[in-house]
Design a protein around this ligand. Structure first.
Ligand SMILES: Nc1ncnc2c1ncn2[C@@H]1O[C@H](COP(=O)(O)OP(=O)(O)OP(=O)(O)O)[C@@H](O)[C@H]1O
Ligand SMILES: [Mg+2]
Length: 135
């Protein structure tokens, strides 16, 4: 739990800590409204996991793929799913067999979204301030 409002650097620090502390195989749900900072946090997690750059290469559609020293990191953004059934096209077996699986808008994947090891909720407090709750 981490409820005090955080500036960008603070949010990135939360991501840094998650990236260092999460065991291999963790699934991270990133939830919150448009522009809350879910992608920002996902990239901070990947960076602290040893991924060298911000470069994201979509492998199939909604999936960004990073190769880190600890293995594959997948970052799935379900925002554009119009219906949870569309998530059936994703290779969830490969996604969950990775070092880390980061999922934005998991609620849009319905029951396809694998259970979260950590659920991160981000909300706006002010222009540049966010509340980040972990559970
Ligand atoms: N304290 C903060 N924490 C995170 N992002 C911040 C903060 N203050 C400002 N920002 C800015 O807010 C934006 C957040 O964008 P980001 O793409 O990470 O949001 P998102 O939650 O992934 O949105 P979407 O739902 O559209 O995918 C970035 O431009 C970032 O620089
Ligand atoms: Mg995003």
């Amino acid at each position: 739990m981490n409820s005090e409002p955080l500036h960008l650097t603070g949010v990135e620090a939360v991501g840094g800590r998650l990236g260092r502390e999460l065991p291999a195989g963790s699934v991270v749900w990133l939830q919150g409204p448009l522009g809350a900072g879910k992608t920002t946090l996902a990239r901070a997690i990947a960076r602290s996991r040893g991924v060298g750059t911000d470069a994201t290469s979509p492998t199939f559609g909604l999936v960004h793929h990073y190769r880190g020293p600890g293995g594959e990191i997948y970052h799935v953004d379900c925002f554009r799913l119009r219906h949870p059934d569309e998530a059936a096209d994703l290779d969830w077996q490969t996604l969950t067999a990775s070092d880390l699986l980061l999922i934005e808008w998991p609620e849009r994947a319905g029951a396809w979204a694998p259970p979260a090891s950590v659920r991160v909720r981000i909300s706006h407090v002010g222009d540049d301030l966010r509340r980040v709750d972990l559970e």
